[in-house]
Design a protein around this ligand. Structure first.
Ligand code: BDR
Ligand code: CA
Length: 306
């Protein structure tokens, strides 16, 4: 299988770090760029974290710093989940690398237009960079294979009772991306909440080697290491979907994003309106995951040689 070319748009973030680590070590994915956004913590920190990670993993993947603020709202970061640095828990050596001089939107544009194959965008932060990319350079749209995004969900939120964090932080940008005409696969909380790692699973990752130990150390600081209730490593589920779609079920649904009012950031997946013939499906929504297979899969991914 020819490796699938992808760009991560990301806010590392402990679950982002897990997702990126798995992806760069898997020969079936070709990670071409990490473009950063401010969300879990400020963009200066998420950019530094992306550099720490590529340097630690010894991979030559460029990092480009993107937007620090959502389009219309004020950023609401969550250091209580990921720590003050955004990747608390592992003592990375001081970083020697630097981000690209170009802004992430410019770097993405160049990468997409210069690539021979269409690129898959894996969005595991807010959609701010991608919304600006589409507004500034609409010609990129037809060079994108698909957008796979961790965000939203069929019902219920984790930031307030109806909105998921990535969509909540920039609902206007998410609405631009979801309505862009580029095929979007939405992988939300209805699936990632079912993909939990428990203490034994995390310890198996720790035992797998240097890389597994680094991730385990981060997981020990993620959400106060709530391992007994099961850790939800949301963003890594997006990578699982790319590599093992057989572990998931999907359905085309009409999805609209509330951008204003108390429900702003909610992804309204209106299957009732679709049944009545009032709305057309526009988004591929991941509806189910084989949780046991997923847990086995993630442990095996870390057993790759360091
Ligand atoms: C999403 O929010 C962030 O905190 C995580 O990195 C993930 O992308 C989960 O709602
Ligand atoms: Ca994230």
């Amino acid at each position: 299988m020819k490796p699938r070319p992808i760009i991560f748009d990301t806010d590392p973030g402990i679950d982002d770090a897990t997702a990126i680590t798995i992806a760069v070590r898997n020969p079936n994915l070709d990670v071409r760029l990490l473009s950063t956004v401010g969300a879990n913590v400020e963009v200066e920190k998420t950019t530094l974290n992306a550099l720490k990670l590529t340097e630690f993993l010894g991979v030559e993947i460029p990092v480009a710093k993107g937007c620090g603020e959502p389009l219309m709202r004020k950023l609401r970061p969550c250091p209580e989940i990921h720590g003050i640095t955004g990747m608390d828990g592992y003592d990375f050596p001081p970083v020697k690398r630097k981000p690209l001089e170009k802004h992430a939107v410019e770097a993405m544009r160049n990468m997409i237009m210069e690539s021979e194959e269409k690129i898959t965008l894996v969005v595991i932060g807010t959609h701010t960079n991608i919304a600006i990319l589409f507004k500034m350079y609409p010609e990129v749209k037809e060079r994108i294979e698909e957008i796979v995004t961790m965000g939203g969900g069929l019902a219920g939120g984790n930031t307030n009772s109806s909105a998921e964090f990535n969509i909540y932080n920039d609902p206007h940008a998410a609405a631009i991306v979801f309505n862009s005409g580029v095929p979007v696969t939405m992988l939300g909380l209805n699936v990632t909440n079912e993909a939990r790692l428990y203490r034994d699973d995390a310890e198996a990752i720790d035992a797998s080697g240097r890389v597994g130990h680094m991730i385990y150390s981060l997981l020990n600081h993620y959400r106060d290491a709530f391992m007994d209730g099961g850790l939800r490593i949301h963003d890594s589920v997006a990578v699982a979907y790319l590599l093992r779609p057989d572990m998931f079920k999907t359905q085309m649904l009409p999805v609209e994003i509330a951008t204003e009012g108390p429900a702003a950031g909610t992804t309204v997946c209106d299957f009732r309106a679709m049944q009545r013939g009032e709305k057309e499906a526009n988004i591929k929504v991941v509806t189910e995951i084989d949780s046991a297979a997923y847990v086995q899969w993630i442990i095996e991914e870390f057993r790759r040689e360091d």
